[in-house]
Design a protein around this ligand. Structure first.
Ligand SMILES: Nc1ncnc2c1ncn2[C@@H]1O[C@H](COP(=O)(O)OP(=O)(O)O)[C@@H](O)[C@H]1O
Ligand SMILES: Nc1ccn([C@@H]2O[C@H](COP(=O)(O)OP(=O)(O)O)[C@@H](O)[C@H]2O)c(=O)n1
Length: 230
């Protein structure tokens, strides 16, 4: 069967990576988490002291871009890909609320996107990839054979993300904190000039507000077979 590129874009915390990972596993494709790359650049900026509060010293980041190496490696114990920043596994740290609170500022910088997009294009050059993010179907792979745009209500998304944070041991974050972050990121991601979050004209829209994880997995698998054949 001919391999294709599957682009999954949409709002924050709606289940993109869950469905992308499930599909990749089912069909033997590689899953690529582009959000993790922007999160890793954000973590690097925090570690290097480029932030003072929410103010970033852009020049310091710009001149350091060449020293940031981001890789994703499959972890057979968890069955997921882990993200490495300059050789160090940062999978847990990049999911923190501190990173979530700053990542959209970093991802809006054109020089950051100009560094990440070619890497993402290279990762998918052999096809056989499921890639999730904000601009995959519009900028990274405008010719992707299957494009999905996922959405759900902000409250449902915030609750899903809060449950995940709690399960990982975060006892501090509240529903209000997470809801505010989800809404703020959607606003920054949708209104930036470079690679804004928007639905590609040829994307299929999925509102999974009232869908279970197995239901959305089945729906996506059906869309894949419709395009790639059985
Ligand atoms: N249909 C669903 N119903 C309930 N929870 C879901 C659903 N899809 C995903 N989740 C959960 O929501 C959280 C956010 O999902 P995730 O895939 O990380 O979203 P995104 O990649 O869009 O940010 C995860 O904890 C995931 O297990
Ligand atoms: N292709 C992408 C992927 C993520 N991002 C940015 O990275 C942030 C984190 O992405 P993510 O996919 O990990 O976010 P969640 O939806 O998982 O919370 C987003 O809020 C965007 O600011 C982006 O700009 N472009």
């Amino acid at each position: 069967m001919k391999k294709i590129v599957i682009a999954i874009d949409g709002f924050s915390s709606c289940g993109k990576s869950t469905m992308a990972k499930d599909l990749a596993k089912e069909i033997g494709y590689t899953y690529i988490d582009t959000g993790a790359m922007y999160r890793a650049v954000t973590l690097y900026s925090i570690q290097q002291g480029f932030f003072s509060g929410n103010r970033l010293d852009e020049e310091k980041l710009r001149t350091s871009m060449d020293t940031i190496r981001i890789t994703q490696r499959f972890n057979s114990e968890t069955g997921r890909s882990d993200t490495f920043l300059n050789g160090v596994n940062v999978e847990n740290e990049i999911r923190s609320m501190e990173v979530a609170g700053k990542v959209s500022l970093i991802a809006a910088l054109p020089f950051v996107r100009h560094a990440m997009v070619p890497l993402q294009q290279k990762m998918g050059e052999e096809k056989g990839v499921v890639m999730d993010g904000r601009d995959i179907g519009t900028v990274v792979y405008p010719d992707a054979e299957l494009k999905i745009f996922v959405t759900a209500s902000p409250e449902i998304r915030a609750q899903r993300r809060l449950d995940e944070l709690k399960a990982k041991g975060d006892t501090k974050s509240t529903f209000e904190d997470v809801l505010l972050n989800v809404k703020e990121r959607d606003e920054i991601d949708s209104t930036r000039k470079e690679g804004p979050l928007r639905q590609a004209e040829d994307a299929l829209v999925l509102d999974n507000s009232y869908m279970t994880i197995p239901e959305q997995k089945l729906w996506l698998l059906q869309q894949f077979h419709n395009v790639a054949g059985s």
